[in-house]
Design a protein. Structure first.
Length: 315
């Protein structure tokens, strides 16, 4: 297992370099002179333009700019926000726990809903229970997260007055307050993931339940719980783990809209403010964090593969 982890870490390094260069070159996407755009457009003063060029080292060669930026990343220095003057590292450090908490809550929602639906559909294919599970999974998959967010606010906040429509309570301040403030955003993000998880788990479980070693377990007199949980579910979980790992990475991107709707002060809200600015150092820093999170989830999926399937460790 250690050899597998080291091999995956080494293989990620070239990807990190390529991705870091792509993120850095976001400055090239700005129309016209980046310094003019960042300083306020046509109304920018020459002094403001000069300050931006000096702050971002835009007069240096592109390769030198990238190397300086990369050296800053190694020392956890992502630059300074043009709008607020706060370092990007501090801004991300303040908001990253909020987004991670939302992502974890959404993942829990997807597991609580998706795993039972997938097991029901996989154990009784073609039966009414399978039809109901597939119908619910299709609905969860078809509903856009932003539309679902608005409907959740309308139902649970405006009409029923059960949960707050917007705002965020830190977990360290109040566990109950955090749960109430994160419930609706987590539902809006987690339902789509639960549908994908249920479908993958259902298909894999149907194939596994028809395998020879499962028939042998039935013939030896094993109970349903032992056969399903002890034998079938572990092998059926391999494709579901792939979907879960990839989709959790996408949750970070989906949080951009959902956090804005619910006024959750996470990385998504931080990103939207930076784009409206525009605030290039913040945009580069947040995008880089999103990419690193996605790569980290891919690494975690590979490690989980090695645990579930010993053949991966040998390979």
């Amino acid at each position: 297992m250690v050899r597998l982890i080291l091999h995956r870490l080494i293989s990620i390094l070239p990807v990190l370099l390529i991705v870091s260069f792509a993120v850095f070159m976001l400055v090239a996407l700005l129309p016209g002179d980046p310094a003019v755009a960042l300083a306020g457009g046509p109304n920018a003063t020459p002094e403001a333009i000069a300050d931006i060029r000096a702050q971002l080292h835009l007069d240096d060669p592109v390769l030198l700019q990238y190397l300086n930026w990369l050296a800053g990343i190694i020392h956890l220095d992502l630059g300074t926000s043009i709008l607020t003057g706060q370092t990007v590292s501090e801004g991300i450090a303040q908001r990253l726990p909020v987004t991670l908490g939302l992502t974890i809550a959404a993942t829990i929602v997807s597991l609580v809903i998706g795993v039972p639906l997938g097991i029901i559909s996989g154990l009784w294919p073609g039966r009414p229970a399978d039809g109901i599970a597939r119908f619910l999974a299709s609905i969860c998959l078809a509903i856009p997260s932003f539309w679902l967010a608005v409907m959740l606010v309308s139902t649970f906040s405006v009409q029923l007055h059960w949960l707050p429509p917007t705002g965020y309570v830190p977990f360290t301040q109040s566990v109950g307050g955090w749960t109430k403030s994160i419930a609706l955003p987590a539902l809006a993000l987690g339902l789509g993931l639960s549908a994908s998880l249920a479908r993958q788990l259902s298909r894999a479980l149907i194939d596994v339940m028809d395998s020879n070693y499962i028939r042998t377990a039935w013939a030896k007199g094993a109970g349903t719980r032992q056969v399903v949980v002890g034998h079938a579910l572990k092998n059926a979980a391999i494709p579901a783990v792939t979907v879960l790992g990839v989709q959790i990475g996408y949750l970070i991107g989906g949080a951009v809209i959902v956090e804005r709707i619910f006024a959750v002060p996470g990385l998504g809200d931080y990103m939207v403010q930076a784009v409206a600015g525009p605030d290039l150092p913040v945009i580069q820093g947040v995008v880089l964090v999103f990419v690193l999170f996605q790569l980290g989830m891919s690494l975690l999926v590979d490690i989980t593969y090695g645990y579930l399937n010993p053949k991966v460790r040998v390979a």
